[in-house]
Write a protein that binds this ligand. Structure first.
Ligand SMILES: Nc1ncnc2c1ncn2[C@@H]1O[C@H](COP(=O)(O)OP(=O)(O)OP(=O)(O)O)[C@@H](O)[C@H]1O
Ligand SMILES: [Mg+2]
Length: 234
């Protein structure tokens, strides 16, 4: 049987900004379907740069970035936006929810942008809200929710178009201990259900509880790449 192609295939990527040292230097990284990769490293080591390259929000100076079978590094603006809409879901430290839309309408947004029929989109949104245990807040506005609940809504929104890859930049960075634990468990559950995840974090507990693999960056280079069993599995 032919091996399934990797979800992320980064080859010999360097990203330099101006005259400074490279933010990423000759990085190669391949992520298979079903992995949950935590990218760790000190501030300024290139973690967000890596995430932006994978999401097609930035372009490498050298090398190639292939995600879900698509070459991301050469895409123009329109194709790159469509790629993000259809192939990846993104979760951010500060949730990035729209405060004047209800929880349901926030979650529906990606499906509307992708042109999914309304009835099907509503069914899928309701299913996600139930699965992520925030259905009782379906008609609330995000401003009324706790940090952990808001991040659950953001994850539901990210999953709306069934992305091949879920990307997260410090998803527990703005949460208190209990909410952080809640989001760690949620990400671990999603990965146990097969969702491929790549997250950037300073939160070692998040890496330990949810990741199947830890990649460490220092000065734009991969200094460690270790596979392990997440502590929390269902
Ligand atoms: N748009 C940019 N212009 C110039 N330099 C940049 C730009 N973006 C990132 N850099 C530089 O690239 C390096 C890596 O930055 P990056 O944001 O990827 O680090 P990080 O690992 O995400 O750090 P943190 O943990 O603080 O978020 C840093 O030296 C940063 O100053
Ligand atoms: Mg960063």
């Amino acid at each position: 049987m032919p091996a399934t192609p990797p979800v992320i295939d980064i080859r010999d990527v360097t990203r330099t900004y101006g005259e400074g040292p490279p933010a990423l230097a000759d990085v190669s990284l391949s992520v298979r379907a079903g992995e949950a990769v935590a990218v760790l490293g000190p501030s300024g080591s290139g973690k967000s740069t890596l995430l932006n390259l994978i999401a097609g929000l930035d372009r490498p100076s050298e090398g190639s970035v292939t995600v879900a079978g698509l070459r991301v590094d050469g895409m123009g603006e329109a194709r790159s936006a469509e790629f993000r809409r259809t192939k990846i879901g993104m979760v951010f430290q500060f949730f990035n929810l729209l405060d004047d839309l209800t929880v349901t309408d926030n979650v529906l947004l990606p499906a509307q942008l992708a042109g999914l029929p309304r009835a099907e989109a509503r069914r899928r949104a309701a299913g996600l809200l139930e699965h992520l245990r925030i259905d009782r807040h379906a008609d609330a506005y995000p401003g009324r929710l706790s940090g952990g609940e808001r991040q659950r809504v953001a994850v539901a929104r990210a999953l709306m178009n069934r992305p091949a890859l879920l990307l997260a930049d410090e998803p527990t960075g703005a949460l208190d201990t209990a909410s952080g634990e809640d989001v760690r468990e949620l990400l671990a559950e999603l990965n146990a259900d097969g969702q491929t995840i790549l997250l950037v974090t300073h939160d070692l507990r998040l890496a330990e509880s949810c990741a199947t693999r830890t990649v460490e960056l220092v000065d734009g280079r991969v200094t460690r790449d270790i596979e392990h069993t997440p502590a929390v599995t269902r």
